[in-house]
Design a binder for this molecule. Structure first.
Ligand code: MG
Ligand code: MG
Length: 270
């Protein structure tokens, strides 16, 4: 899940540096998220409903010793956010069946033994159109451009700028009104991690920080609106949107992707 940028009065500026044991605990939660996303990716096909995916996810997470972190968060009623086509993030699962050619962004959060992991992936449903396919690849690559900047000594703005540059170079736009975040003993901690902005600005990154980096990318304009359900964020112009997210530890020598699908974060290209 992403967060709305905090007003100055709400900001705490408390940043946690995690020791190795804490990072491994966050990794355990994030790995359960990764395995849940892998399972859901195999379940995505025409005809399956977003509600069915939600039930599969909740059962899988609980069977593996975790708790779905989104369920009950500020009243959110389900375990995953399955956002289809023009839905950007935070969609509520329900009876909607997926159709051939849809894009579905699935956002999953897990709490395990007091620590949180958060990750998202956008899946094509069957064969998708050329723009949809390109949007998925550009958003995935933009996430990895941001992740690559998650090293001690850089600033948050270096991550933001890398994401924005990659997206805009390919003719798409980044959502401004929702941002990534620190994560650890809470799902949402400081600092905020915008997906746009100038490099070499914002808080300095320190080894031991853990961030959820999560570009939300629209095929059309950057503007979004929230549906009357109070949760589902959609593109204002109705264009397609994609979302990828990883939970990442800032290291002295580079990033560690704690939610990597391969388990140790070393095989994904960064
Ligand atoms: Mg998320
Ligand atoms: Mg998040």
């Amino acid at each position: 899940m992403s967060v709305r940028p905090a007003r100055a009065a709400e900001k705490t500026d408390v940043v946690y540096l995690r020791d190795r044991q804490e990072i491994e605990a966050i990794r355990a939660a994030a790995q359960l998220v990764a395995r849940t996303l892998g399972m859901l990716g195999r379940a995505v096909r025409p005809g399956v409903t977003t509600g069915e995916l939600d039930r599969l996810a909740e059962e899988f997470i609980r069977d593996h010793g975790g708790r779905p972190a989104f369920k009950g968060y500020r009243g959110f009623p389900a375990s995953i956010c399955p956002s289809v086509n023009e839905e950007v993030v935070h969609a509520i699962p329900g009876p909607r069946p997926l159709r051939e050619g849809d894009l579905i962004g699935i956002d999953v959060g897990v709490e395990k033994d007091g620590f949180y992991g958060d990750s998202a992936c956008t899946f094509p449903v069957g064969e998708v159109g050329a723009v949809a396919g390109r949007l998925v690849e550009v958003t995935r690559a933009a996430l990895m451009e941001g992740v690559a900047r998650a090293r001690a000594g850089n600033r948050v703005g270096d991550i933001s700028h890398a994401i924005q540059s990659h997206v805009e170079r390919h003719g798409f736009s980044v959502v401004r009104t929702l941002v990534g975040h620190g994560i650890g003993r809470e799902m949402h901690e400081e600092p905020q991690v915008p997906n746009y902005g100038p490099p070499d600005r914002g808080p300095r990154l320190m080894a031991g920080q853990v961030l959820a980096i999560e570009p939300m990318v629209n095929a059309g304009g950057a503007e979004v609106v929230t549906r009357p359900d109070g949760w589902t964020v959609v593109t204002k112009d109705g264009s397609l949107s994609a979302h990828f997210e990883h939970t990442v530890a800032v290291g002295r020598d580079g990033p560690e992707i704690l939610s990597a699908a391969d388990g140790d974060g070393t095989k994904e290209e960064v």
